[in-house]
Design a protein around this ligand. Structure first.
Ligand code: CMP
Length: 140
């Protein structure tokens, strides 16, 4: 199976509740490696640009407000089948539907305050990693 990179955000609701370490442990317990990581507080243009694909959705403005409401942890993760592996670990977008043992089942509050984000495919992963990290910020 291919070694892939994916992009992760530990979202404001999780950072605010002191859950960075718990979520990182769940991530690294799957065998995924952290290639780059930083704590940032996004500004509005940065959040709007990141979620531009959702611009026409009714929840877009609320989503941007939420994503700039507090700090987040952005990271680039690497490993075998990293994109699918991390999506499985996150669980369904709506925590109410998320399988037991997933991040969103454990910590998600509702469909917006769902604690984490992960890339949905290889093209998105490349774009999202590059949105927050320069090549020289990735270790190895
Ligand atoms: P994420 O995986 O980051 O992708 C887009 C985000 O929009 C999603 O997680 C949720 O935080 C949010 N989102 C998706 N659907 C809805 C919805 N129906 N209502 C509010 N927020 C949503």
């Amino acid at each position: 199976m291919a070694i892939e990179k994916t992009f992760s955000i530990i979202k404001p609701d999780a950072v605010e509740r002191g859950l960075i370490a718990e979520i990182l442990k769940m991530i690294t317990d799957t065998g995924l490696k952290v290639k780059a990581m930083k704590l940032i507080h996004m500004d509005r243009p940065q959040a709007e640009g990141f979620y531009a694909v959702h611009k026409e959705r009714p929840f877009f403005n609320e989503l941007v407000e939420y994503m700039i409401s507090g700090p987040v942890v952005v990271s680039c993760l690497e490993g075998e089948n990293a994109i699918e592996k991390y999506r499985t670990l996150m669980g369904s977008t709506n925590p109410a539907d998320a399988a037991e043992g997933t991040i969103r089942a454990a910590y998600g509050i509702d469909i917006q305050n769902n604690s984490c984000h992960g890339s949905d495919g290889p093209d998105t992963a490349k774009i999202e990693v590059a949105y927050f990290f320069n090549d020289d910020e990735l270790v190895g």
